[in-house]
Design a binder for this molecule. Structure first.
Ligand code: BGC
Length: 315
């Protein structure tokens, strides 16, 4: 069997050809034209899917199904992205448009973090855990919440928007236009902003030399911190604290067995996971008396979204 999973992100759209076991056979990506009308973005996705099929030596008609994960409120049943704050989807009937463009029937869609959670539950770190919360740290922050073996998505699958949980009153501006949301502290967009602020305030910091040498991105702070730079360490510790506060808030509501941390930043591994584990263990309600909560990096890494999206079409 052959499936194509599409992970729609604020910066790039990634598509992977998979088998029925969630193995990715090949991957391609394009830049997200995030401010274009949603229909144009869907046209880009259709072209990408065709390209992936062709590179895999297949006609689109040979694909057993296409699954998509998108940021925002997705009406899974209707196949419509109702709203996304970081990409210009507004009541976009993605499934209908793609069925037409691709000429295949089995096209499914869900929220991107729900897809990541599905991928990890079926093939990754969430296997065997009836209760897990997958948190994807990227342009936005997404949460896929599994309770008693089922994804919790709320009415019309509009819920489970953990990135928009209020962490601060006032506070930094979120991609959705409101202030103080978890995403405004814990997304990679927020980490970049926190790093840039520190670079301006501390021109002597290794952050500036690292950025000059290899370009400025999400890794800048991790590299400078590994070099022992005090300012970078402070930025990183603060960022990890923000993520930790969010995790503890989710823990106190859902009490998962495991938190699965996804998104590109999960590649940083123990630098991120070890302090997060410590913070959650120390700060969750009733920590000494309740079962421990594990914090792990997504086993499927940044591919969790693609694999989970493909898994939508396997059902
Ligand atoms: C969106 C979520 C999405 C997350 C990660 C947030 O801004 O509201 O729906 O899961 O970003 O992409």
């Amino acid at each position: 069997m052959r499936y194509i999973g599409v992970d729609i992100g604020g910066m790039s759209i990634k598509a992977g050809l998979t088998d029925e076991k969630g193995n990715i056979l090949l991957k391609k990506s394009i830049v997200t034209r995030a401010t274009e009308p949603g229909e144009n973005i869907v046209a880009d996705i259709a072209a990408l899917v065709k390209d992936v099929a062709a590179v895999g030596g297949l006609a689109v008609a040979d694909i057993d199904g296409v699954g998509l994960g998108s940021p925002g409120s997705v009406d899974d049943a209707a196949g419509v992205i109702r709203y996304s704050c970081n990409i210009n989807f507004r009541k976009t009937p993605v499934v209908e448009l793609l069925r037409e463009a691709l000429g295949i029937d089995n096209v499914k869609i869900s929220n991107d973090a729900n897809c990541a959670a599905l991928g990890e539950t079926l093939f990754g770190a969430g296997r065997g855990a009836g209760n897990s919360v997958t948190v994807t740290l990227g342009t936005g922050v997404g949460t896929g919440i599994v309770v008693d073996g089922k994804l919790l998505t709320g009415n019309c699958s509009a819920g489970a928007e953990g990135g928009h949980v209020q962490l601060g009153l006032g506070g930094p501006l979120c991609g959705c236009g409101k202030r103080g949301h978890f995403e405004a502290y814990a997304s990679t967009t927020a980490l970049l902003r926190q790093t840039e602020d520190a670079m301006k305030k501390h021109p002597e910091s290794a952050l500036n030399t690292v950025a000059k040498e290899r370009g400025f991105d999400g890794k800048t702070v991790f590299i400078a911190a590994k070099q022992g730079d005090k300012v970078a360490k402070r930025v990183l510790n603060r960022y990890i604290y923000y993520v930790g506060v969010g995790l503890v808030s989710f823990a106190n509501v859902f009490y998962p067995e495991v938190f699965i941390i996804g998104g590109g930043i999960s590649k940083e591994g123990d630098t991120l996971i070890v302090p997060l584990q410590k913070f959650v263990s120390e700060n969750v309600y009733g920590a000494e008396y309740n079962p421990p909560i594990k914090v792990v990096a997504a086993t499927l890494g940044n591919d969790a979204g693609i694999i989970g999206a493909a898994a939508l079409a396997m059902k």
